[in-house]
Design a protein around this ligand. Structure first.
Ligand SMILES: [Zn+2]
Length: 297
């Protein structure tokens, strides 16, 4: 940021004994925070709690300036996505290493709350089906109506919500994306993707009312985020049009299980380089473990 007053470190402000509110920028404009950062729409023009007081026991790294390239470059990916305002008291946060910790976090300048950012959990369902006409083993896929990967095929999956278990989330996502009611059979895969701070928990499931449908077509239909739902014979899965690396891994392992005639539980770490598209086959499955289960196909 060009304005040197706005990029003065919090440490210097605290050392001087003056509050950030008085020192950083004066007079305040309607679109800036006390330290010069751009203020989100709808927030107050003054801090909810003032003046800012020292937060003891933390190692200060930089001021919290949302538009400062200097401070942004010192932050990890997690801090780019974390809040710049405290969710407990509404004051601004700074990037600090809390006492006893070993990595930077966003810490409230006022109440000292540490805002941890942790990986997201994605839950989903591999819905199995046997075609009553051909006897073929099939899986249910959804063609995405939204980005990322619009137009490509995926398992019904999405972020786990607060207050639900992973299996409940998998069933909910299947209901939302494929209008399908499923019975969860067993956990099937756990995949980590550290590069994007996500972990995937995929369950096996079957349509609840499969016996009432000969063709399977009435068992599923596109939800709001889906262009099309379809049951694919395993050998006809469109591998060139799969949306995500995690889905690619799950479908590949499922095909191996079907060939063997027995389910395993699959765990691994998907490693990919920064900037590689979500749908790209350019990734490595590391630390893979396939644990045989008692479940036969
Ligand atoms: Zn706070």
């Amino acid at each position: 940021m060009a304005d040197g007053r706005a990029t003065a470190t919090l440490s210097s402000l605290l050392t001087s004994g003056r509050s950030a509110t008085k020192t950083a920028v004066a007079p305040l404009t309607r679109r800036t925070t006390p330290c010069g950062a751009t203020r989100p729409r709808g927030t107050s023009s003054r801090p909810r709690f003032a003046p800012t007081r020292p937060v003891l026991g933390h190692r200060h790294l930089s001021t919290t300036t949302t538009s400062s390239s200097a401070s942004a470059s010192s932050m990890s990916e997690t801090h780019k996505t974390s809040t710049h305002f405290c969710d407990a008291c509404g004051s601004e946060t700074s990037v600090l290493v809390p006492e006893g910790d070993n990595r930077p976090r966003r810490v409230c300048q006022n109440c000292g709350k540490v805002h941890y950012v942790n990986p997201k959990v994605v839950v989903g369902c591999l819905v199995e089906h046997t075609c009553e006409e051909t006897g073929a083993r099939q899986v249910s896929l959804c063609r995405r109506a939204i980005d990322p990967c619009r137009g490509l095929w995926t398992l019904p999956a999405g972020f786990q919500e607060c207050g639900e278990s992973t299996s409940e989330g998998a069933a909910r996502e299947t209901r939302e994306e494929a209008n399908a009611e499923v019975s969860i059979a067993a956990p099937y895969a756990h995949l980590d993707i550290p590069a994007i701070s996500q972990t995937y928990v995929i369950f096996r499931g079957t349509f609840k009312h499969a016996s009432a449908s000969r063709s399977g077509s009435s068992l599923h239909s596109p939800g709001q985020e889906t262009l099309e739902t379809r049951l694919f014979d395993l050998e006809k899965v469109p591998h060139e049009e799969i949306a995500f690396s995690s889905v690619r891994v799950v479908l590949g392992k499922y095909a191996e299980d079907v060939r063997r005639g027995r389910y395993s539980f699959h765990h691994g770490v998907i490693e990919k380089e920064a900037g590689v598209a979500a749908s790209s086959p350019r990734f490595k499955l590391a630390q893979y473990t396939g644990l045989p289960t008692e479940h036969k196909l």
